[in-house]
Design a protein around this ligand. Structure first.
Ligand code: KG4
Ligand code: ZN
Length: 381
């Protein structure tokens, strides 16, 4: 089989990204333009601003990815693009551009689900490390700012098939990180800052009990077999619990003081944040992170045992979290499970994962037609 060079394009949220991947196997170029600075003042992604920034960035980002790879529109073999899920306007920019490009260059167009992309970020990097012997069944936790999803992954005649065995009923885990950071004046996105600050606090200081989710399939009267049971998540409660803690412990003055201290710095460093945090805040973020990590790891391991998984993949922006990685590594080792993460660079949104996920579809000839449209609520199957 000759080499296949796929150009991937991703624009589902607040990163404009393009990459070239060879035969689903090797990352040739990877360009990510992040809009953090645009959304930072609002403490979250503003959809209209995201679309506008994608429009500005898409052409130079794609050009740079081709240039870094030593490729041109003529010498790539296919264009892959994120179809959904994501922000409607943001998705539309990448998809329209990819469609136009594929049409003008006369290349096949491949539509990819963003969540499938996150899973393939891990697979791409494991193949790069010559690890091709993944033990099935595989359970993948996709955990980011927009998603907290557990999929049981199978391979059927060269294609990948995904069964949703659990997801968040309200907020995504990354959204909880971002909202808690916003509440405490810790900037946007909140995950990386909380990850760093938590190292300086006591994770045992505040106890955050998680509400038990009622699963119909766990009612003994319904007698669902273990492998049909779901493991769902919920992260809106912990955000409210942090807010209540702030109110009952009179932390508003300290938060206001931090806002003023960081106001003059356009991009505060990690050290600036540490310097602007008192002990109580550091303990609070460490305890919050510990609670979310324990919940994610505990529920994933429960699902792994009920579905007989042999391998865990943990991916998406929150997979960059140091405590999450360490806890997964030690707990999975105790259970005799292999666990793989993407590198930090490929944990958050990128287009290499889109180009990698497109390779099996290229081989299977699964190409999109001119009628392809973006789907903000696209499900992964
Ligand atoms: O995958 P991603 O780039 O975009 C989505 O598809 O949502 O994930 C972004 C999310 C944000 O919520 C961000 O706060 C979180 O990932 N994140 C982290 C860390 N790095 C990024 N959360 C916790 N710890 C981190 N180190
Ligand atoms: Zn993502």
């Amino acid at each position: 089989m000759p080499d296949v060079f796929i150009l991937g394009i991703e624009s589902s949220c607040d990163e404009t990204a393009a990459a070239v991947v060879r035969s689903g196997d090797e990352l040739i170029s990877n360009v990510v333009y992040s809009q953090f600075a645009t959304h930072q003042p609002y403490g979250g992604v503003v959809p209209e601003l995201a679309s506008r920034e994608h429009l500005r960035a898409i052409v130079p980002v794609v050009r740079k990815a081709l240039e870094d790879a030593g490729k041109s529109y003529a010498t790539i073999d296919a264009v892959a693009v994120t179809q959904g899920p994501g922000l409607a306007g943001a998705l539309l920019v990448g998809l329209s551009y990819a469609k136009a490009l594929a049409y003008a260059a006369d290349k096949p167009l491949i539509a990819i689900n963003h969540l499938e992309g996150h899973i393939h970020a891990v697979l791409l990097e494991e193949r790069q490390k010559e690890n091709r012997e993944l033990q099935f069944p595989v359970l993948a936790l996709v955990v980011s700012g927009g998603h907290t999803h557990l999929y049981l992954v199978e391979r059927k005649q060269g294609s990948w098939v995904y069964h949703d065995v659990g997801h968040t009923r309200d907020d995504a885990a990354g959204e909880a990180f971002d909202k808690v950071a916003k509440l405490l004046e810790l900037g946007y996105p909140g995950g990386p800052t909380i990850d760093f600050l938590a190292r300086h606090g006591n994770p045992e200081a505040v106890k955050f009990p998680f509400a038990q989710i009622k699963h119909r399939d766990r009612n003994p009267q319904n007698r669902f077999p273990a492998d049909e049971r779901r493991v769902d998540f919920s992260y809106s409660g912990i955000k409210t619990a942090v807010l209540r803690y702030v109110e009952t412990h009179a932390m508003q003055a300290a938060i206001e003081q931090r806002r003023r201290a960081l106001d003059g710095k356009p991009t505060p460093s990690r050290e600036d944040y540490v310097a602007a945090c008192d002990r109580q805040t550091l303990d609070l973020v460490a305890s919050f992170q510990r609670a979310v990590v324990d919940d994610l790891v505990g529920k994933t391991l429960l699902a792994a045992s009920e579905h007989g998984a042999a391998t865990l993949l943990v991916t998406g922006g929150v997979a960059a979290n140091s405590e999450l990685r360490q806890t997964f590594e030690s707990r999975a080792a105790e259970e005799g499970l292999d666990v793989y993460f993407p590198s930090r660079k490929l944990s958050t949104d990128n287009a290499a994962m889109i180009a990698a996920a497109a390779y099996p579809r290229f081989l299977a000839g699964e190409f999109a037609g001119a009628e392809l449209s973006s789907e903000p609520g696209l499900k992964l199957r």
